[in-house]
Ligand binder design. Sequence first.
Ligand code: BGC
Length: 710
Amino acid sequence: MALSDTDVSDVVDSLSLDEKCSLVRGAADPEGTATGYVPGVPRLDIPELRLADGPLGIRIPGRSSTAFPASIAVASTFDPELARRQGVAMAREAKASGQHAVLGPGLNLVRVPNCGRNFEYYSEDPVVTADFAAAAVEGLQSEDVIATPKHYVANNQETKRLVVSAEVGERALRELYLPGFEAAVEAGAGSVMTAYNRVNGTHMSDHRRLVTEVLKDEWGFDGYVVSDWFGTASAVGAATAGLDLEMPGISLEALHEAFGIDPDAEMLAEGDDESIPAGETTTPKFATELKPAVESGAVPADRLDDMVARILGQMARIGLLDGEWGDGGALDTAEHRDLAATLAARGTVLLKNDDGALPLSDDADVALVDPGVAEAMLGGGGSSEVTPAREVSALEGIRARTDGSVAFEPGVERVVTPSFFDGGDADSDGDAEDFPGGKTPDVDAAADCAREADVAVVVVRDATTEGADRETLRLPGGQDELVAAVADAADRTVVVVQSGGPVELPWRDSVDAIVESWYPGQADGDALASVLYGDADPAGRLPVTFAPEGSYPAASEVRYPGVDDEARYDEGVFVGYRHFDAADADDEPTYPFGHGLSYATFEYGEAEVRGDDAVAVEVTNASDRDGREVVQAYVRPPTVAGVERPTRELAGYAAVELAAGATETVELTLSEHAFRRYDDSEGWTVDAGDYVIEVGRSSRDVRAETTVSR
Ligand code: BGC
């Protein structure tokens, strides 16, 4: 039985000042497993608290756990139930490794396509982000683990992430950047991690308005707020603003030592302002400054009590204070492996498929051109890196599935994802012995190989990481030239793109099919083969817009990466498809938000309003194969003089399995979020009038319309 609030406050009363101070800051984990560690208080039987990184799996140094697909792939399923199941699985893996809190999900909005951490986030859309946030938190916490949604808030770029100030208006904060966090809090999140950056000039660790007034007072968040690692700007400022726990609470040197990280690793070198802060900021603040601040009254004693009570409250909630924690942990189970594979396949987006190039016939002779052939694409670099116990590469997956032959060529040198944990070497090593059969990278050999086969499958990838943004949306390492050369030579070319977010596909008109599989995780090759051969319908839809780099709303220096450490969010709420749909947008998306093809063909009937907040539509699978459709509903608001609103906003969606020939009435609940707007003086406002509900296959493929009034 969890301890009650009264019991927790009794425990707080029994603690000395030193003990209280030791509970609100991290220390080195004597076991070396936790990313963040809070020592216990043995005198009062208060156990230790361990926090482990997510959000793609549980990262424990020296141990393996299930490597799930990137969060952007999970969101591409448009099926939050899968995110809930992933949360359950990750919580079970955390428990099996003695970890009480998981540092995830990542809830920052995809504002800038170049952001190096987009793969850790869900979407450019707040409704998708909020739904997946709630589902992930529910899943994680159903297994007595503390979820830690991060990074609160407006951490939308890695460039200058420690200092940049997001100069963002209240409307954009409310309509775009906060809803994911609010949904996580509503779902009961036990913790929230503050972001490194500043918002409107104030570091998020010290942001009293957003941390205390909005998160705690307005939303009723009763868990603890933890800093990002070395992201506590000041002791008194942070404690009085509402920060409850400082991490890691030890110096950078001590942290490097604890994790065996090479301190000279380029990406982690102290002072590299894109990664780890210099000097002062890497010195823990609460360790030396909190106790004197409480003694002098600069931090009120009851604020410290509240900090401790919030942490103990979560420990009590998961059963840690009464010795009941830890049942049901399990690592790398068959169930978790299957879930990783299901997520990877369902998150795969078929961007293009001309003349039925896909699915492949079972006996097609395949030329696999894959510079990353020896390995699965697990994720991007940084704190989310997970080491799985098993992984399946594209070559292994296709070989295991096909009845035809598979010839292989790497084409170009391997594109290596930079790692935080191997010395941060971002250079491609491309050693010949890395490739099966001792093959060497050679574009002409790849083209020759493609010419001989029935179909060429080219697997290309980007290399993104925490701590740095992508300089360009083009694929690195000569891969665009490789695709062009193969497409020229082959009868049929299928390109598989493994990327952390939108990329440019300059060769897209000369290839037959394009599959976006993001970072699919350990099940990479299996999931890919199941989609390529049609065992699974590619059920993913884009949670982000694909467009030419210069056409995104943040494509000006003042907006991104910012000038003088300020990034001006002047585009307001016109981010992602909200920008591309606006009448004055110059460019069309290459592939719009919500886009994704299926091997089946779906027909839509009339849309019909159900009650106040739902719409129903009959969907028929008019093909001769089973399929999975993601039915989407967007709201077009009425015109109101003097008010600029997005043309359409996603309000609801449902992923449905439809057998060949089957018809189903699909009912979508419409999120109120899409009807209301935030008015700087009035707050949330719903304008009276007719709202058109567009129902269809994507934000640009509307199949039925109806109207509701507000
Ligand atoms: C990241 C967080 C992560 C933390 C601990 C930071 O660099 O921004 O997402 O949870 O490190 O590894």
